[in-house]
Design a protein around this ligand. Structure first.
Ligand SMILES: CC(=O)SCCNC(=O)CCNC(=O)[C@H](O)C(C)(C)COP(=O)(O)OP(=O)(O)OC[C@H]1O[C@@H](n2cnc3c(N)ncnc32)[C@H](O)[C@@H]1OP(=O)(O)O
Ligand SMILES: CC(C)C(=O)C(=O)O
Length: 571
């Protein structure tokens, strides 16, 4: 990179002086714009392989299902494929009555004639003509004066009028784009638009569309908004005009530019799904629409099945949508990090299904876009107890007490640290199984018999006889206590102190099982948990006690083995 970029690059200034009359910054967007999808034109012209007719038809049908009423379907004078596709739409009557198709052309007579031929017979159609008006293009591409460039636009408009008038069966509309408006002098763009409007003869009943493209995004979005507001205020016959914007994303701010432009007076936005299009793309209509939705404004476009829309765009464009793409990417509703998972878990627990959406870190309810909650929380080395316990709860109905969440998340952390990989919900359960549910040695419960009933009142003693295995050898023990668990603990005759106990049902009806969580000390050990799951609550709690005991004993063995190994290596 250059030490002095100012010698090579100069900032674009749309106005000689600051446009201080601007009012857009204090405006709010209260309704959606007229949406125009240019996926089949600007999107298509930027593809490595332009879409076949079959792909274009599939994309077109998808755009209709989403609810677009204005669709730019191609540049019919460019190729036979585009021409044939547009003709098929018309001839096979694939265009719903309330949808207008749009076709783009340069301001050249032969191209205009062919363009009109491609759509003639449609119920309604819009011819879209463009020519560049920015100084660099006047100088470099056309080598023309301002007057000559304005004349291209006026002459082109006359040809559009002339050729369309030969097909009165079609209701014709007209769109004009002063291409590269983004780096043009606003005064000249205004002059050309007014000249075009006068030539076309727009009326409030058949408005002309002036589309002001950021063909190359050249400034911060606030300056683009200034340019749009200035045009909005100064155009002739504003009530006969639909003011449209067409932001590209060269600086990565196309969405902001479109939103500011709407605040500044734009009525219509052209763009592509998922920001497809030339170079860094056209403005992303999905993001724009769903940004409105999350402000409580229905965009008039339906993204209830966002995955299907994405699949269609990926198939037709043969380009992937990034996993972090706003609202649509595979990972955008997924939290890996502990504090996010914790907040999301709490948010879901508190969320009123009919109330205002307020789940932290999720700006939109994934369900509104047809996404499930399955992938909301995924676990890796950045995760905490909230995420881990969320997965166990969602997938297996296990609601871990808080201290067990902390204890178990250390086991998961160890796995993720060791592998450096994501720990899937299945892995989490496997670790839980081996840490708690599968702890059957040295002590294993075979069966038990209890005498005494819990209803019998305070002071009543329970008597229990338990068949166990200890290191694979059958053992029968007996004990008494004022509850089933205390009788069981007495029967084991181990230095157990129960510190905490939780239980809950898993499932409902005939399949209901009980989950028991016991926190205990064995001798002087630190406290540790055991877990049992069984159809019978008492059996589940005995399993939980033995799970905790076995874990303690296993830990002691491990500690002793480590000490012995350390001694051996020291020797
Ligand atoms: C910003 C945008 O996205 S604009 C849309 C861009 N999309 C496309 O270009 C895709 C389809 N285009 C094509 O297939 C071809 O460009 C065609 C068929 C339209 C024309 O092809 P060609 O006749 O070979 O011309 P080419 O594209 O090279 O155009 C260059 C000529 O057109 C002139 N020209 C460029 N734009 C325009 C315009 N909007 N109106 C009138 N003339 C124009 C140029 O000055 C140049 O003229 P010159 O040959 O006298 O120097
Ligand atoms: C034809 C125009 C609208 C265009 O695509 C652009 O300027 O980016």
């Amino acid at each position: 990179m250059l030490a002095h970029p100012e010698k090579k690059y100069i900032p674009f200034q749309p106005f000689a002086q600051d446009y201080a009359e601007r009012t857009w910054p204090s405006r709010r967007i209260s309704h959606p714009p007229i949406w125009m999808s240019t996926d089949l034109r600007d999107g298509n012209q930027a593809l490595i392989e332009p879409m076949s007719v079959e792909r274009k038809l599939r994309f077109f049908d998808q755009l209709i299902r989403i609810g677009f009423k204005e669709i730019e379907v191609g540049f019919p004078s460019a190729s036979q494929t585009d021409f044939d596709f547009v003709r098929r739409l018309v001839d096979e009557k694939r265009i719903p009555d309330d949808v207008t198709i749009i076709v783009l052309t340069q301001a050249r007579e032969d191209l205009i004639a062919r363009t009109v031929e491609s759509v003639a017979g449609a119920r309604q159609a819009m011819v879209h003509m463009y020519n560049a008006v920015a100084p660099a293009f006047r100088r470099i591409v056309f080598n023309m004066s301002k007057d000559e460039v304005r004349q291209i636009a006026v002459q082109g408009t006359q040809w559009v009028k002339q050729y369309t008038s030969r097909h009165p069966e079609t209701q014709w509309r007209y769109e004009y784009s002063p291409e590269v408006f983004s780096t043009a002098e606003p005064e000249f763009a205004l002059e050309v638009c007014n000249a075009v409007g006068k030539t076309w003869g727009a009326t409030p009943d058949n408005k002309i569309v002036y589309n002001l493209p950021a063909t190359i995004e050249a400034t911060t979005p606030n300056l683009y908004a200034d340019q749009i507001e200035w045009m909005h205020r100064n155009l002739d016959n504003r009530n006969s005009v639909i003011l449209s914007v067409h932001p590209h994303n060269d600086r990565g701010t196309a969405v902001a530019a479109a939103e500011f432009a709407m605040m500044a007076g734009a009525d219509r936005v052209e763009g592509c799904l998922f920001g497809s299009g030339e170079r860094t793309g056209n403005v992303d209509l999905v993001t724009l629409a769903l940004n409105l939705y999350t402000q409580g404004i229905h965009p008039g476009l339906d993204f209830s099945d966002i995955d299907e829309v994405r699949r269609c765009a990926e198939y037709c464009n043969q380009l992937p949508v990034h996993p972090r793409h706003p609202y649509a990417g595979d990972l955008v509703f997924t939290a890996f990090s502990g504090s996010h998972q914790d907040a999301i878990k709490k948010g879901f627990a508190k969320q009123d299904p009919d109330g205002v959406w307020e789940v932290p870190y999720l700006p939109i309810d994934p369900a509104d876009l047809g996404r499930s909650y399955d992938a909301v929380i995924r676990v890796n080395s950045q995760s905490g107890k909230g995420g881990v316990s969320y997965l166990l709860e969602q997938e297996h109905g296990l609601v871990l007490p808080r201290r067990l969440q902390i204890e178990f998340s250390r086991a998961i952390q160890k796995v993720s640290d060791e592998t450096g990989r994501e720990v899937t919900a299945e892995n989490v359960y496997d670790v839980f199984q081996s840490e708690y549910l599968g702890q059957h040695a040295p002590w294993k419960l075979i069966r038990h018999r209890i005498a005494g009933t819990p209803e019998a009142g305070e002071g009543r003693q329970f008597r229990i006889e338990v068949d166990l295995e200890h290191d694979g050898q059958p053992v029968t023990v007996t004990g008494e206590g004022d509850g089933a668990i205390s009788a069981f603990v007495a029967a084991l005759d181990l230095p157990i102190r129960i510190m905490d106990y939780h239980e809950h049902a898993i499932g409902t009806g005939a399949d209901t099982r009980a989950a028991s969580y016991v926190e205990l000390r064995l001798g002087e050990s630190a406290t540790g948990f055991g877990v049992g799951v069984n159809r019978d609550i008492v059996t589940a709690s005995f399993h939980a006690v033995l799970s905790a005991v076995n874990r303690h004993l296993g830990q002691e063995t491990t500690d002793a083995d480590i000490a012995a190994t350390a001694d051996a290596s020291a020797a």
